[in-house]
Write a protein that binds this ligand. Structure first.
Ligand code: DAH
Length: 356
C-alpha cells in the first residue's frame, strides 16, 4: 500500500496539466482504478484483516483525492499567474499625445453664414460641381456668344472623339443651383447654396477652386429693398458690428437691375478693418432675378419676382479672421491649419456668438 501511495502522490506532484491529473484520478480511484480494485478485495479478507486494511484503504483514497484537488488548484493558480504576467497593464502611464484636428476657416465661415441666413428663413440647397453648360450658362441668360463665358476662364471636361454633345464644365459659380432649385420646388422660395466653384486663375487673390454662397428669394412682391435689408442684416451679424453697405449699379446677365455691394472698411495700419473708416471693399454681386432666368427655372415672371446674390466665402473668411493670402487656404500646411483652424466643438450659433 505504501508503494501505491508513493507512486500516485509523486505522479500527481509531477502532473503538468489538468488532463494528466484526470488520467491519474481514473487510474487510482476511478471505478476500475487500482485503489478501487483493492477495496473490492476487502470482501475476501478475514474480519481481522479487513479491520486493518479497510480504514487504511479509505485513508489512502482520501489522501489521493485531496492531493488531486490541491494539484488542480495549484495548476489553475499558475495559469492565472501566467496570464496576469502577460496581460499586465500600467494604468499609471500618461496618455499618449494625440494630434487634434481643427475645423478649416472655410468650413467655419460656411457654417456661420448658414446659421445667419437660416435665422432669416433661408434653407440650404446644393448642386453638382460638374455642371452642364446649360445650367452653368444658358439658363442664366449667358448664351454661347456672350463675353461672360470667355471671361469666366472655364474648365471644360473632355469628350470622347465623335461625341458631339457640348462638354460639361466645372461650375464657375453657384448660380446654376438657382435654376436647379427653382425646378425642384418652384416659387415662393428662399434658399442659400454654399459650395465649391472653379476658374482657371491663380495669384494672391485667386485660386482655381474657391467657394461661394448663392442666395435666392422669390415671392409675389420680393423687392430690391428686401435684398438691401437682408444683406445689411447679414453683414452686421457676420462681423458682429454695424456694417455700412454701398450698392453700385453693375451688370450681370442673370439679374436686372444688378448691383455690386461694397462694405465699409478701413486700411489703417496696413490691415483691413470692417465696419469702420471711409474705404469700401467689394464683397458680392446681386440683383433682381432676370425674367429669362425665372423662365428657365420654370417660373412665370408675371407672377413671381425676387432677388439673388453671390458672395465669395473665402473673401469673407479672409476679412473676418485677418488672413492675408488666399492661396494658404489650400496649401494644407499643418502649422497654418493649427493657427487659423477652429476647435471642432466651436459650432457657430447665433445665440452662442458666431466665433470664438
Ligand atoms: N455668379 C456671379 C459670379 O460668380 C455672382 C453673382 C452676381 C451671383 C449676381 C448672383 C447675382 O446671384 O445676382 O461672379
Amino acid at each position: 500500500m505504501d508503494d501505491l501511495r508513493n507512486k500516485y502522490i509523486e505522479a500527481i506532484a509531477a502532473a503538468a496539466d489538468e488532463a494528466a491529473l484526470e488520467e491519474l484520478r481514473v487510474q487510482a480511484v476511478g471505478k476500475k482504478g487500482e485503489v478501487s480494485l483493492k477495496m473490492r478485495e476487502l470482501g475476501k479478507m478475514t474480519p481481522e484483516e479487513r479491520q486493518v486494511a479497510g480504514p487504511a484503504l479509505n485513508a489512502l483514497k482520501n489522501e489521493i483525492t485531496s492531493a488531486l484537488a490541491a494539484k488542480k488548484a495549484a495548476l489553475a493558480d499558475a495559469a492565472l499567474d501566467a496570464r496576469l504576467a502577460t496581460e499586465w497593464l500600467d494604468v499609471t502611464l500618461p496618455a499618449r499625445n494625440r494630434r487634434v484636428g481643427s475645423i478649416h476657416p472655410i468650413s467655419q465661415v460656411t457654417e456661420e453664414v448658414t446659421a445667419i441666413f437660416a435665422d432669416m428663413g433661408f434653407a440650404v440647397a446644393e448642386g453638382p460641381q460638374i455642371e452642364t453648360d446649360w445650367y452653368n450658362f444658358d439658363a442664366l441668360n449667358i448664351p454661347g456668344h456672350h463675353p461672360a463665358r470667355a471671361e469666366m476662364d472655364t474648365f471644360y471636361t473632355h469628350r470622347a472623339e465623335g461625341d458631339e454633345r457640348p462638354p460639361h464644365v466645372l461650375r464657375t459659380h453657384t448660380s446654376p443651383v438657382q435654376i436647379r432649385s427653382m425646378e425642384k420646388t418652384g416659387a415662393p422660395i428662399r434658399i442659400i447654396c454654399p459650395g465649391r466653384v472653379y476658374r482657371a486663375d491663380y495669384d494672391q487673390t485667386h485660386t482655381p477652386m474657391f467657394h461661394q454662397i448663392e442666395g435666392l428669394a422669390l415671392g409675389r412682391d420680393v423687392s430690391m429693398a428686401n435684398l438691401k435689408w437682408v444683406l445689411e442684416e447679414f453683414f452686421t451679424a457676420f462681423f458682429g458690428t454695424e456694417v455700412k453697405t454701398r450698392f453700385r449699379a453693375s451688370h450681370f446677365p442673370f439679374t436686372e437691375p444688378s448691383a455690386e455691394v461694397d462694405i465699409q472698411c478701413s486700411w489703417e495700419g496696413g490691415t483691413v478693418k470692417v465696419g469702420e473708416g471711409d474705404d469700401w471693399l467689394e464683397v458680392l454681386g446681386s440683383g433682381m432675378v432676370h425674367p429669362k432666368v425665372l423662365e428657365a427655372g420654370g417660373i412665370d415672371p408675371n407672377e413671381y419676382q425676387g432677388f439673388a446674390f453671390g458672395i465669395g466665402i473665402d473673401r469673407l473668411a479672409m476679412l473676418k479672421y485677418g488672413i492675408p493670402d488666399l492661396r494658404a487656404f489650400f496649401d494644407s500646411d499643418l502649422r497654418w491649419l493649427r493657427h487659423y483652424g477652429f476647435a471642432s466643438l466651436d459650432q457657430p450659433t447665433l445665440h452662442g456668438g458666431l466665433s470664438r
